[in-house]
Design a protein around this ligand. Structure first.
Ligand code: DGI
Ligand code: FE
Ligand code: FE
Ligand code: FE
Length: 188
């Protein structure tokens, strides 16, 4: 479709060839997961195409958005890994003219997940992890889980990501822990 082609070209112009390939892979995975889970395939396509739109932007660009949108100043203590979704969604809205709050929310939570996730949020969160270009230990297990149960895939991805971050002694964004507590941890 014409609108999609225009969006694809705009997104492509803002990133490396490698990242653009990843974005197209996420779109493919997201459209399938959307279809399987009764989620809007069109929203899944748009959210997937734009989820990493801001990944190659400068710290100054993110700080300007944090200030102008009145976002939590503590965000400045984090890094691109957190900013490109949480803050990047505002750049998607401004620069790509995407106003759909379901899509923008899926972009905001695509890296960390959230305690409250809509089916579209889950589709993008999981598609980002299992897209065809991903190759890491556990990706095939994640793909198999995603085929049978989206929530199980959310839980697996969350646990693996947290374990990976802890292994390299990275700082854990509080929302990542909230995601773990909601989707992985058992009350005991
Ligand atoms: O943008 P992508 O590489 O496609 O994927 P992503 O947005 O899911 O993740 C980007 C990176 O963010 C990935 O290496 C894991 C990392 N990340 C996720 N949660 C946290 C985090 N990094 C830190 N420091 N803290 C987190 O809580
Ligand atoms: Fe642009
Ligand atoms: Fe991302
Ligand atoms: Fe991504």
């Amino acid at each position: 479709e014409e609108a999609r082609q225009e969006l694809v070209q705009h997104v492509k112009s803002h990133m490396s060839e490698k990242r653009f390939k990843h974005v197209l892979g996420v779109e493919k995975a997201a459209m399938q997961l959307a279809k399987d889970n009764g989620v809007s395939v069109e929203k899944a396509s748009i959210a997937a195409l734009t989820h990493d739109y801001a990944k190659e932007r400068s710290q100054a660009d993110f700080f300007a958005v944090i200030d102008s949108e009145g976002l939590d100043p503590d965000l400045k203590e984090w890094s691109n890994a957190i900013w490109h979704g949480v803050v990047g969604a505002y750049l998607v809205e401004r620069e790509l003219g995407i106003n759909d709050t379901d899509i923008l929310h899926a972009i905001i939570v695509h890296t960390t997940g959230a305690a409250e996730m809509t089916p579209l949020d889950k589709v993008i969160y999981v598609a980002d992890y299992i897209e065809p270009g991903r190759d890491f230990p556990g990706v095939n297990k994640a793909r198999a889980l995603a085929k049978e149960n989206l929530d199980a895939a959310v839980a697996y991805e969350t646990k693996q990501t947290l374990a990976f971050l802890i292994e390299k002694e990275a700082r854990i964004y509080p929302k990542t822990i909230e995601t773990y507590n909601r989707w992985v941890a058992q009350k005991q």
